[in-house]
Design a protein around this ligand. Structure first.
Ligand code: DAK
Length: 265
């Protein structure tokens, strides 16, 4: 891979988008690599949580940029057909982040602009370093957010705030992103990766199959009417009741045992 670095430690994978010359902007090659690596990670039973972050910039500053958007230098001469193909290239890895059985955490370590904010929003959870900056500046470039930003931002922060951010193209800092619900947590820069790994470890210590079923219940139920969504939840609940992990988790509770041997995934 030319633009990504994958590092697996135990049950946690850290995937770095590493294009230091372009502040980790997403070009076609990076999107293709991302698609490939996410398929590989999803197939691994040993990996329970994926942390997505940005690599350091040219001066080796790890807190400069998460992802500074889609690659403007690649997009500038796009025809309509090429733009469509670029969008389709991104759709697959973005949906993988959203729907893969592992939990995905974006550790946002700097600029999260345009496609950078959008890829963070495709993850399940966002943790920001205190110097992170978020925004959807597309209308200033004559385009609109096209990696799901008009849809995911409104779902996360509500229509009014999404419209303000997208129509003004203004950036917001990490505290403001936290205040409006765009990120789950803000931490000092140097605590970012430890915080993300600690949360990932806590998630991985639970029954991973149950966590992945809960993820599917939340994602798929969100767009259903409440009656069908609750029925869907009941069906998924039934599935978790047929697992070894359910017997193990409940038996451990009854026996007063802290250690649990979860094996399903
Ligand atoms: N694309 C390409 N190169 C970028 C880049 C980007 N998005 N952002 C930064 N770079 C490059 C700069 O050109 C510069 O390259 P050199 O000049 O050194 O060769 C290098 O990274 C360092 O950047 P700066 O020198 O500008 O660094 P500063 O600290 O001064 O400024 C900045 C950092 C992040 C404020 C600034 O670089 C900036 O404003 N960057 C652009 C941010 C932006 O507008 N992002 C949104 C892009 S639009 C689509 C779906 C989605 C999209 C597109 C299509 N379809 C469905 C087809 C998404 C669109 C977007 O994301």
């Amino acid at each position: 891979m030319n633009n990504l670095k994958l590092d697996v430690d135990g049950q946690i994978a850290v995937l770095q988008i590493a294009r230091p010359a372009a502040l980790n902007a997403l070009n076609s090659e990076t999107l293709d690599e991302l698609n490939q690596v996410l398929s590989e990670v999803e197939a691994r039973d040993d990996v329970k949580v994926l942390i997505l972050t940005g690599g350091p910039d040219k001066k080796d500053n790890p807190y400069k940029s998460f992802v500074a958007g889609a690659d403007i230098k690649e997009m500038v001469n796009f025809t309509a057909a090429e733009a469509r193909a670029f969008g389709m290239r991104a759709a697959e890895p973005f949906f993988k982040l959203m729907n893969m059985r592992q939990v995905t955490i974006a550790a946002v370590n700097g600029f999260a602009l345009g496609g950078g904010c959008e890829i963070a929003m495709a993850c399940d959870i966002r943790i920001a370093s205190e110097s992170a900056l978020f925004g959807q500046p597309e209308v200033g470039l004559g385009i609109i957010p096209g990696f799901g930003g008009t849809q995911r931002l409104a779902r996360l922060v509500g229509m009014g705030r999404a419209k303000e951010l997208i129509f003004t193209g203004s950036n917001i800092d990490a505290q403001e992103a936290y205040r409006i619900g765009l990120v789950n947590k803000v931490v000092p820069n140097e605590e970012l990766m430890d915080t993300a790994k600690k949360m990932a470890g806590k998630i991985a210590s639970n029954a991973s199959f149950a966590v992945s079923i809960a993820k599917a219940a939340i994602n798929n139920g969100y767009d259903m009417d409440i009656k069908n969504a609750v029925e869907y939840e009941a069906n998924l609940f039934g599935i978790t009741c047929s697992t070894h992990d359910k017997t193990e988790g409940m038996t451990a509770f009854i026996e007063g045992r802290k250690e649990k041997n979860f094996t399903d995934f």
